[in-house]
Design a protein around this ligand. Structure first.
Ligand code: BGC
Length: 411
């Protein structure tokens, strides 16, 4: 008997700011142009998917994948406070239609790290009217979501908790934050992006604030759509080093537990797993430099996915959707090897009882990795210095074959 459920969903994921290009009304666009040392290059045209999404969806479908997770960009829908763009709503509606035309299930994220400039300037998710502002955006989008089955309200709220610190100008930081920002910049010399262990611990106040935003969005979506609704958490597979179990508990709660707890009552929780993170006496321990590290400087840990699924299922009994998993590498054979290991871990966790609904690989395209194009996560390469030509890598067809075998054949 097959390990995975019959209706298990196989697909790939992207996010608007990372692939669309010229997302000029978003807060991250502003940060990209503020000369911050750890944001090495601006997103610019990205993959020009704002215009080429039909081709992206076609390539995904032709490979045999059945789901496309993408995000709707709030900064396009509401570029100025209370000014909603019908044209942009229709643009995203056409993306949903394109998915359906290709027999692809859209998995729609409503917020993937970027917010409109005006919202961030007014305090973002900890600002006084965040729940109301985000709710108005969600309500504005509902009419195009009537036949969407899967909606993720917020992508990685536990990393978003740190985004405002990562994108603030140095003089806007408090003393403690400046120190953390310093090590972020130092990390960026060796690795292309900010290493998780160099980030400050996300604040529980932020967790409480964003949980309210999420709960309000879930309620609106339940009233106005037929979708299954959840949010997607960055799962770090934290493991305590000897004698540091108490620190581990604290770290786990601040980074993840608070967010899983706020998922109670949702239809699923998205988990996004890349690597595992040891916890020492002072918190997460940076991954030591190693030839084995990925292009983001993270330890090569295909087992992280299975570890996270098993843990989340055991602790919270929430149905799990693996909304992201992948590797930054320029060696596509390594991508296949990593993903094979990760999917084996997923299957083992399911065999042991976890309820897992689907898997969308990060990422469909080589894209803008929040400050740099160097770490390539894509199943498809994009010629960004030419005509944006897409070149599928062997891993795309491989994942399509895995999907066709219902996950039975990982070789
Ligand atoms: C995010 C993506 C990001 C990926 C790899 C996740 O944290 O949701 O936007 O590109 O991991 O770093």
């Amino acid at each position: 008997m097959a390990v995975l459920r019959n209706d298990f969903i196989w697909g790939a994921a992207t996010a608007a700011h990372q692939i669309e290009g010229n997302n000029v009304n978003a807060d991250f666009w502003v940060a990209e142009h503020a000369g911050l040392p750890h944001l090495r290059e601006p997103s610019g045209d990205a993959c020009d998917s704002y215009h080429r999404y039909r081709e992206d969806i076609r390539l995904l479908a032709e490979a045999g994948l059945k789901a496309y997770r993408f995000s709707i960009e709030w900064a396009r829908i509401e570029p100025e406070r209370d000014q909603f763009s019908r044209a942009e709503l229709l643009h995203y509606r056409d993306m949903i239609d394109a998915c359906h035309e290709h027999g692809v299930t859209p998995v729609v994220t409503l917020h993937h790290f970027t917010s409109p400039r005006w919202f961030s300037q007014a305090g973002g998710f900890t600002g006084p009217d965040a729940v109301e502002r985000f709710s108005r955006y969600v309500a504005a989008v509902c009419p195009i979501l009537h036949d969407v089955e899967w909606i993720v309200t917020v992508n990685e709220p536990n990393i978003l908790a740190l985004f405002s610190r990562m994108t603030a100008a140095p003089d806007a930081k408090t003393e403690g934050e400046s120190e953390a920002a310093g090590s972020e910049a130092a990390a960026s010399d060796e690795t292309a992006t900010v290493a998780m262990a160099q980030m400050p611990t996300p604040s529980l106040d932020f967790a409480a604030a964003i949980a309210q935003v999420h709960r309000a969005a879930v309620q609106i979506l339940r009233e106005r759509t037929n979708a299954k609704v959840g949010w997607a958490i960055a799962a770090q597979a934290f493991t305590p080093t000897e004698g540091n179990e108490a620190v581990f508990e604290e770290v786990f709660h601040a980074w993840e537990g608070a967010y899983y707890e706020a998922s109670e009552g949702d239809d699923f929780v998205g988990i996004q797993a890349y690597t595992s993170q040891p916890v020492g006496p002072d918190g997460p321990v940076p991954h030591p430099p190693s030839d084995d590290n990925t292009l983001t400087g993270w330890a090569y840990r295909p087992d992280a996915l299975g570890l996270n699924i098993a843990r989340v299922w055991e602790k919270y009994r929430l149905p799990i959707f693996v909304t992201e998993n992948g590797i930054a590498t320029d060696d596509d054979a390594r991508r296949i090897a990593y993903t094979t290991g990760a999917l084996q871990g997923l299957k083992d966790a399911v065999a042991a009882g976890a309820e897992v609904l689907g898997y969308t690989h990060w990422s469909l395209l080589d894209n803008y990795e929040w400050g740099s194009y160097a770490p390539t996560f894509g199943l498809i390469a994009v010629n960004r210095s030419g005509d944006f030509e897409r070149t599928p890598k062997p891993s795309l067809a491989w994942l399509g074959r895995v999907a066709a075998s219902h996950g039975e054949n990982l070789s």
